[in-house]
Design a protein around this ligand. Structure first.
Ligand code: TYM
Length: 346
């Protein structure tokens, strides 16, 4: 049977990139899953602390992320939804995997290199800045591998930026099986499921991905934005000085990002949409208005449900969902940990 696992960091209300690139896919998989498919989704708070977090804010962000997952339609009766830190096996398996994971492989990870602020081939010049970086940031992908492998996930839905981390997770599983399994599948190498929205770009600097850490709030749309906020952000999205609609991701990243969004909502290729709009003499404003309508429709009701769920039973409802999810996740993880410890002689 299939086991679907994915995770999201609690670093604020999810944005349109998280929604289209991941959460919407999580929900679709839940709704289309065969009865014997297990679905496991985690709010990965241990990943969030690889960068400094304020305690009160992390507490709030965890709850907000959990509420957002429910608001987009994940059903805690069907999907196991839990805080990563509530299931100790994730950390335990991470330690074990880190004893067979290669430093070389980890240091080639794009996210680590971008944290080092190095270009692909540059050598390290600023030794001081480098030694201030934290070990947890470096070993981040090992924890991610543990998240996946501890639940014997077969399929992991993510956006493009996580592809490399998943290759590493497969490598961890294969390494472990080779070292301790005599060829048997003690750990299961998972498959990556890329969502159709691989990489939603920033509305203000369309050559970088839409991200929670961008200092400019106009660069992203939040799941809780009102229709008028959504329209305002889309209408002021950075495009270029050619007031016509063409699809050209390299020289027209802003316009092309809008067309990619539209293609998700209208189920047509961005090239097709562009050709059609151009033949009708559409201007950029027409494109933006259509995209805004699409986004408003896609997010319809999410903001209200989010607020209602945050407040339900004075917060007790969310606590209950988290506890229930954690106990199911512990059960699922404990099975794997027994196999792992036994096979290693512990
Ligand atoms: P995180 O929290 O950065 O992002 C959560 C999910 O959203 C996707 N995503 C995007 N997709 C398209 N366009 C964008 N602009 C965009 N921004 C984010 C991400 O690809 C991801 O699927 N390391 C992970 C969390 C994690 C995880 C795991 C994922 C921890 N353990 C195990 C899968 C399996 C992360 O930081 O995602």
């Amino acid at each position: 049977a299939k086991v679907i696992f994915s995770g999201i960091q609690p670093t604020g209300i999810p944005h349109l990139g998280n929604y289209l690139g991941a959460l919407q896919q999580w929900k679709r998989m839940q709704d289309e899953a065969a009865p014997d498919t297990k679905l496991i989704y985690s709010v990965v708070d241990l990943h969030a602390i690889t960068l400094p977090q304020q305690v009160g804010q992390l507490r709030q962000w965890r709850r907000e992320m959990l509420a957002a997952l429910l608001a987009i339609g994940l059903d805690p009766q069907r999907s196991v939804i839990f805080y990563q830190s509530a299931v100790q096996a994730h950390s335990e398996l991470m330690w074990i995997l880190s004893c067979t994971a290669s430093m070389g492989y980890l240091s080639r990870m794009t996210q680590w290199k971008s944290k080092l602020s190095l270009s692909e081939n540059a050598s390290v010049t600023d030794e001081k800045a480098k030694s201030a970086l934290k070990l947890g940031l470096f070993s981040y992908p090992v924890l991610q591998a543990a998240d996946i492998l501890v639940h014997r996930a077969t399929h992991v839905p993510v956006g493009e930026d996580q592809r490399q981390h998943l290759e590493f997770a497969r490598e961890c599983a294969t390494n472990f099986n080779h070292s301790f399994g005599n060829g048997s599948k003690l750990l299961v190498p998972p498959e990556t499921i890329l969502s159709p929205a691989k990489r939603v770009m920033s509305l203000q600097s369309p050559s970088s991905k839409m991200s929670k850490s961008d200092p400019n709030p106009a660069s992203r749309i939040l799941l809780t934005d009102s229709p008028s906020q959504i329209r305002k952000k889309i209408l002021s999205a950075l495009t270029d000085s050619t007031n016509a609609v063409t699809y050209d991701p390299i020289s027209r990243p802003g316009v092309s990002n809008l067309l990619s969004l539209l293609s998700l909502f209208e189920n047509k290729k961005p090239e097709e949409l562009a050709a059609k709009m151009a033949s009708q003499g559409a201007k950029l404003k027409d494109l933006k208005e259509r995209v805004a309508e699409g986004v408003v429709k896609a997010m319809d009701g999410v903001g209200e449900r989010f607020k209602e769920i945050m407040a339900r039973d004075g917060g007790k409802y969310l606590e209950g969902v988290a506890e229930d999810g954690a106990s199911k996740a512990r059960e699922s993880a404990d099975k794997t940990m027994r196999i792992v410890r036994e096979s290693m002689g512990m």
